[in-house]
Design a protein. Structure first.
Length: 339
């Protein structure tokens, strides 16, 4: 299980105006510390439990635009992050959720349509998200969970769909829950920023990256006879694209990045010499989270092909810690372009 940290602030006033791409919204409304990490630019209410959001995709971002290949594809994890931001914004705006609330992700998915993913161009992409919320309440009519179903369009063309399911709790209750689960106060990422234990990190090009700071796997190796890959999660805690603010756990997006990198690496290792070059790209991601990924214990990452339903390019990635599962993530890949 993983969460989106809350940053207390006054609730913003609802504005049913038209969608625009001129400026990003208040960073506190999407639980970001850095303005540069906010992509949502507006919200328009369409019904009691539905809304549309506008977002602008960056053309130069140290994490989301760091990919090999030309033209580099728009990152599906960037699209998922925008879905996360838009959903949180909608919950605060339309459901009246106080900002001193922590959202815990139970499961989410994103699927891109078409045979080719969107490519980063020379101007920022303009994304529209159409969302429907399904909230759940307890006996005291307090919000306990929300499911968001999301449609994505870019430049007026269908891009894909996503869903996010979260549970919620007031931030003080979340802190008490974390202490109870561990029996102690968890450390935070600030304590690990100066730790240099990434000496065996995977080479960036093997996972489609240019910057070593964006590699999150170490000690990766494949056992060809079993078609599996095993690695250790080893992110750079000083990377602001992965850790926008201080966390008391490994956030969901870092676990998703580990799944993406392990799937791409394994697919390349297992692919025969079939006249293709480069790395596969991600067509779909789906994940469920069963517990928090703690910072002070190694997280193991395992990947293997999923041969069910005739899906040769789908890989199953599992993340575990101290003998217990943390997350199960499916990665569907598009094969690389023929030579």
């Amino acid at each position: 299980m993983t969460v989106s940290e809350s940053i207390p602030a006054p609730r913003a006033a609802a504005d049913p105006g038209i969608l625009e791409f001129y400026r990003t919204i208040d960073r506190r409304m999407v639980h970001r510390a850095s303005v540069a990490e906010v992509f949502v630019t507006g919200l328009q209410e369409t019904a009691e439990l539905s809304f549309r959001c506008a977002a602008q995709l960056p053309v130069s971002h140290a994490y989301f635009n760091d990919h090999t290949g030309s033209p580099a594809p728009d990152d599906p994890l960037l699209l998922l992050e925008i879905c996360r931001q838009a959903s949180i914004y909608g919950a605060h705006r339309q459901l009246g959720v106080p900002l001193a609330t922590t959202f815990m992700v139970g499961d989410w998915s994103i699927r891109l349509c078409g045979t080719d993913g969107p490519a980063t161009g020379d101007r920022p992409g303009e994304l529209i998200l159409s969302e429907t919320m399904t909230p759940a309440y307890d006996r005291r009519k307090r919000l306990t969970a929300v499911r968001f179903d999301i449609g994505l369009t870019m430049w007026g063309r269908p891009l894909g769909s996503a869903h996010i399911r979260v549970s919620s709790a007031p931030t003080p209750q979340y802190a008490a829950l974390r202490h109870m689960q561990r029996g102690s106060t968890p450390p935070t990422t600030s304590a690990f920023r100066a730790v240099d234990d990434r000496h065996d990190a995977v080479a960036p090009a093997r996972v489609g990256r240019l910057d070593p700071a964006n590699v999150v796997l170490a000690g990766a190796g494949t056992r060809v006879d079993e078609e599996t890959l095993s690695a250790t999660l080893a992110p750079d805690f000083g990377n602001g694209g992965l850790f926008d603010h201080d966390y008391d756990h490994i956030p969901a997006m870092v676990l998703m990045e580990a799944a993406r990198q392990s799937a791409i690496l394994l697919e390349r290792e297992l692919r025969p010499d079939d006249g293709t070059s480069g790395l596969a790209s991600v067509a779909a991601l789906d994940a469920s989270f069963s517990r928090f990924a703690e910072l002070d214990s190694p997280v193991r990452v395992s990947a293997a092909p999923d041969r069910r339903d005739g899906l040769p390019h789908r890989l199953s990635v599992s993340l575990g810690q101290s003998g217990s599962p943390v997350a199960a993530i499916g990665v569907t890949l598009r094969p690389p372009t023929p030579l």
